[in-house]
Design a protein around this ligand. Sequence first.
Ligand SMILES: Nc1ncnc2c1ncn2[C@@H]1O[C@H](COP(=O)(O)OP(=O)(O)O)[C@@H](O)[C@H]1O
Ligand SMILES: [Mg+2]
Length: 243
Amino acid sequence: MIKVEHLHKSFGEFKALKDISLEIRDGEIVSLIGPSGSGKSTLLRCIHGLEQADSGTIYLDGEVMDPSNKEKYREQRKKMGFVFQHFNLFNNKTVLENCMLAQITSAGRSEQEAYDISMEYLTRVGMADKADSYPSRLSGGQKQRAAIARALCMNPEMMLFDEPTSALDPEMIKEVLDVMKDLGRQGMTMIVVTHEMGFARKVGSRVVFLEAGEIIEENESEAFFSNPASERARDFLSKVFYD
Ligand SMILES: Nc1ncnc2c1ncn2[C@@H]1O[C@H](COP(=O)(O)OP(=O)(O)O)[C@@H](O)[C@H]1O
Ligand SMILES: [Mg+2]
């Protein structure tokens, strides 16, 4: 579904991504893990087009994503939903309005359609009763579930999550991971930047381990966690698991 070939991205002199190649098949849940500053967000943002790579190619469904082909590029980007660590909801709009907005302005849906679809997804993430609430009235977990519903309203083919639970109080992490797990069960293709190793291991199908802008190791989740091949992945895991 997504193929990344030889992606490079620098910020000034600093090389944030060095020759990243990666393939993600339909229905896979790929966990992107690695130390802080290793380039996880940059990679996700390049895939989604929030950031432009310096060189390399990204294919979506076999077709090149080329920003200079504006019309097509916009359509391709719509196939990907993005969920941020800090929710990025519009605080001056209700949950329902947050969900409806892009459906009307960007997907060309009528108010009624946008309303129906919003309520459908809000119901799915357990947020229908909060449709008329403003984000400031919600817990972090509720905000993130609303943000996931909002992304789903655009009918993406795949979802990109950048540390969706990192800003949450511990007791709210599970409610968000459960929503993501359900999505995965329904066959959604997902790339998840996460420090939730339990989720990566049990829900994720594959792990991509990044360090200093490079893919160090890539493996099926269970194999990665039970027997990491590289010294650096072993070192990372020994730091994140307290025992
Ligand atoms: N817009 C930017 N300008 C300059 N440096 C950046 C920018 N975005 C990220 N970086 C740098 O690139 C590196 C990788 O960042 P990032 O992809 O956010 O890492 P991660 O998500 O793995 O923590 C970091 O050293 C970060 O400081
Ligand atoms: Mg990051």
